[in-house]
Design a protein around this ligand. Sequence first.
Ligand SMILES: *[C@@H]1O[C@H](CO)[C@@H](O)[C@H](O)[C@H]1NC(C)=O
Length: 173
Amino acid sequence: MTSFFSICIVWIAVCIGVLYAEGQIAVSAHERSTVVLPCKLKVVSETPYIRWSTDKEVFERSGKESFQGDGYEGRVDVPEDQLHNGDCSLVLKNLTLADKGVYKSYQAVTRVKRSALVREKWELINSVELSVDGKRTFQRRIPEISIPTGDARMNWPHPLVMVLSLLSCFLFR
Ligand SMILES: *[C@@H]1O[C@H](CO)[C@@H](O)[C@H](O)[C@H]1NC(C)=O
């Protein structure tokens, strides 16, 4: 009886977590570690132009040209070959507590106008919430690579499935 109740509570918690993950990806990592913020291009073009920003500029890349924002110098990259394959994930090294925040990735939508490529607008691809934990700064080990806790592209259970599971929890109690 009590265990069934616990199962139901766990289920509710999982469902809430899943619903939250659906809207925004959450990534947490320790200070000084390396984190990969996931991103996949919607449109693979010849030279994709992508941008990552919080409330300030973080990183931009178009072909070989890239830009690293203030405070991110030498720590951020979207490797060129990776981007060429449609993967616009941001690699952020040596995390600091100040790096926490919501990171948004954008792809420039371009069109040809009078035989010149004109950047039309930035289209949002992904929104990733990064939290940085500073408790383990005393550890000096091999740098950790953090795996994102959620992936927006995965198919999460349909709300109906959740309702049915909850219902079955109470029925078989
Ligand atoms: C990481 O950042 C700290 C300052 O936040 C700096 O002292 C240290 O040298 C950096 N480590 C690497 C490997 O860049």
